[in-house]
Structure formats: C-alpha cells, structure tokens
Ligand binder design. Structure first.
Ligand code: UD1
Length: 418
C-alpha cells in the first residue's frame, strides 16, 4: 500500500510530457495474442494494469520483454486459452483476452470479472456478441467458458456503445473467415488505435461512417510494430492540476482533437488554453467559474474518466456546479472524501451538486478508485496544509510516476510505500 503526502497551495509551473494511453495499451497487448509472430509496441506506459496484462500473456505462454521504449511480445509460443485465476482477477481488462483467444484458438476461459469500485460492470454485451458469432458461452460457477471459432457473415448491433465490448468483438471477428459488421460501436480514440494496430498486423478493419465497423474475414496476423497514442485522460488530469492550483503548465504530446469536450469545459471554468500542434499551454484562474451542468457520455461526449478530477475543480469554484454521471452508476466516492477537505457537495444517485468554497483544507483521505484517487491528489495540491491520500497504489494503475511528474512542476508531494 502507498500514500501520497501533499502540502498544498503552490501553483504548478513548468512542463509535463504525456505518456502512451493505458486504455489503448491494454487491448493492444491483448490483441497481440491474435498474432503468432513477434510484435513491438512502443510508447507503452509502464503501469500496474499494463504489467499485469503482460504477466497474463506470459502465463498464457507468450514471450514478453520490456525494452527501453515499450514491449516486445511473441505470442507464437502461446499454448493455453485458459486465463490464470489470480492474475486475471487483478485487472478487469483481462476480459479483453476472450476475444483474441477465441479468434486464435476457438476457445477461451476466464474468471468472471465481477464488480469494482465504480459500479457493477457487467460483460453481458461482450458475451451476447460472442454468441451472435456462433460461439458457445457458458457462465456457470463464476467462470466464462467460450467455445467455437467466431463465425463471420454476421451483423452485431450493440445496445450501448461499450468500449470493452467493441474491442473484444473486433478482436474475435479478426479470427473469422467471413466479414463481421459491428453496429453502434464505441467511438473512443483508443478503439481506432487498436484498429490501427490490427491493420498494421495484416487484418482489415474499417469504420463505415460513425456507426459501423467492418472486419474483413479470412486474414492472418503477422509481425508489426505500433506506437501507442497519447493518453487523453492523463493529459486531462494534468490540465486540471494546472487549473485547480491557478498554475501555468505546458503539456507536451497531447492530442487536442481527442480532448474537445474537456477543453471546452476548462475554458468555461475560466482557464486560458493555447494550443500549438501537440503542445497545450494552460493557465488556471485564481478561482474557477462553476459548471452549470456537466454530463458524462460516451466519446465524443465528456469522458467519465475525467469526472472526478473536474469534480475536485468544482469544489473551489465561485458558484454551484452540477455534474451528472451517465456511464457508471457508482462513480462519486470521491465526493465523501472531498467533504473531509471542506468541500460542500452532495450526491443523489447519478447527480452531484457542488457548491464552491473559497478554500479546501488538508485532510486524511482514501483513494477508492484510480481516477477518484487522482482527483483527491489534485484537491490536495490546492488545499491549505497537508493532505494524505491513502491507497495511492490505486493511482499507479493509470499514471506513470504521478508524484514525480507533479513534483517536477513545483508540487510539494511525496510518496510513502508501506
Ligand atoms: C472503458 C475504459 C474505462 C472508461 C470506460 C468508459 C478501458 C480499459 N477502460 O471501460 O477507463 O471509464 O471505458 O469510457 O478501456 N456495460 C454493460 N454491459 C457490458 C459492458 C458494459 O452494461 O457488457 C456498461 C457498463 O456497466 C458501464 C457502461 O456500459 O455502465 C460503459 O462501459 P464500457 O464502455 O464497456 O467501459 P469499459 O470498457 O469497462
């Protein structure tokens, strides 16, 4: 277990360079299983979730080597389609391996991913899609057992544009002999990065307008190399860190086209943001303006993964903000923790009402989930006195060198590991 100890009240100043995206790296690592030759994945962030996924690939018989700028994976030697219980239980994204294992071996077995701190997180859409591809799926005794090579020639409509289901079904479809069309797929940029990786490896996936993706059947994967796209949530988190401290930070390597909803929101809150190529220069206001109504939605809507950080920003706004969480049903745990720091907020179901206060004060708080944990650290940067964020290892799941990065731009933050 780890904690972050933060002495707040210092405006951040300096430069931060963004890493590769966790949410692209995880499905891309899983997709390597489809390819029986070595692949090179660069700009891959070395995070606990990514390390765990690499560990699962090894347990399945793949060769995985970390190199300076990323990973080399050779799934040629993979010999089992059964995910190990302990490792697979440690990250929810292990469920992503079902699709590629089915595509490669026509069989896959994994423990049920179960719930997590931000909600119930079912996988019914993934399994419904596999069944529509002719795969036999058995969900008895806490395990998911899938049998049968995905059959092409199908059109699968997702009731909801789930990111994970879209990725899983695309990967399974790569193993089919006929074309598969996915209707109402998610539109997150990480899906396009996965598609770019698979296309580079010889598969053929194409968006047809914004509501369909066609996967051509009968292709085989071959050796390739791929550079992971920059992490829009990491970028966004550091934008909010600058904003909440009234600081001035240059964030390098971001992609403005993936950040539209967040950039609009931060400008509404009073930030000055100048963009030149992949450089985002942000200046935070002394006190942010309130956000009248912010609603999280699937991409290109405002990302649920930025809701908690913006929640923290709203706690010190000049007026009352209303946030509505539409993607996960239980993603406001940080609200109760922020109250310990003097925030004035309440949560009813999927809505949070936050009355901005002049200042926060340092307190002992607990990270219940990855993004909520990051939000508490950001609040700590603004608060007067010392904030201790307990269970900070949860933040490591999504941010490489979080404390060191913030320290480099002037934050008084240190980490203690038990
Ligand atoms: C991915 C991201 C996560 C992000 C989320 C939404 C990764 C590794 N994680 O998670 O950071 O917060 O997208 O942008 O990329 N649902 C179902 N049935 C299903 C699948 C999903 O009901 O079979 C529901 C979920 O409970 C949730 C909603 O759909 O309420 C969105 O989930 P989904 O888009 O699948 O998110 P993840 O892929 O889990």
């Amino acid at each position: 277990m780890a904690k972050l100890i933060i002495e707040g009240g210092r405006p951040l100043k300096g430069q931060i360079t963004v890493h590769g995206a966790k949410n692209a790296a995880l499905p891309i690592l899983a997709a390597a299983m489809l390819i029986p030759e070595p692949v090179r994945i660069t700009n891959c962030p070395r995070l606990t979730d990514v390390e765990n996924m690499a560990g699962i690939l090894q347990a399945l018989g793949c060769r995985v080597d970390w190199v300076e700028d990323g990973l080399l994976i050779d799934a040629g030697s993979a010999r089992t389609a059964e995910l190990p219980e302990v490792l697979a239980g440690s990250i929810r994204s292990s469920v992503f391996l079902l699709g590629p294992l089915l595509g490669r071996f026509g069989a896959a077995e994994a423990p049920f991913p179960g719930g997590c701190d931000i909600g119930n997180r079912p996988v019914d859409l993934h399994l419904k899609g596999f069944r529509a591809m002719g795969v036999k799926v058995d969900e008895a005794s806490g395990r998911i057992r899938c049998l049968g090579r995905p059959r092409g020639g199908t059109e699968i409509a997702l009731e909801y544009p789930s990111v994970g289901a879209t990725e899983n079904l695309l990967m399974a479809a790569c193993g089919a002999e006929e074309d598969t069309v996915l209707v109402n797929p998610a539109r997150e940029p990480e899906i396009d990065d996965l598609m770019a990786f698979l296309n580079g490896a010889g598969f053929d996936l194409k968006r047809e307008g914004s509501s369909r993706i066609r996967v051509r059947g009968g292709r085989r994967g071959h050796s390739t190399s791929h550079v992971i796209l920059p992490d829009r949530i990491e970028t966004g988190t550091y934008l909010v860190a600058a904003a909440i401290t009234g600081g001035h930070v240059l964030i390098r390597g971001g992609r403005k086209e993936h950040l539209s909803a967040l950039l609009m929101t931060l400008r509404e809150a009073g930030c000055r943001i100048r963009i030149e190529g992949t450089d985002l220069d942000v200046e935070g206001p002394e006190r942010p303006r309130e956000l009248r109504r912010l609603v999280t939605l699937p991409y290109p809507g405002f990302p649920t993964d930025m809701q908690s950080q913006v929640f923290a920003l709203c706690t010190v706004a000049k007026g009352t903000s209303v946030l509505e969480e539409n993607v996960f049903e239980n993603r406001f745990c940080h609200g109760a923790e922020l109250k310990r720091m003097g925030a004035d907020c309440y949560v009813r179901g999927r809505t949070a009402v936050i009355r901005g206060v002049k200042g926060l004060r340092g307190a002992q708080v607990t990270a219940h989930d990855l993004r909520g944990g990051a939000a508490l650290a950001l609040a700590g940067l603004r608060a007067e006195g010392i904030t201790v964020v307990n269970r900070a290892e949860r933040i490591d799941r999504g941010y490489a060198k979080f404390a060191a990065t913030l320290r480099d731009v002037g934050a008084a933050i240190r980490r203690e590991d038990d």
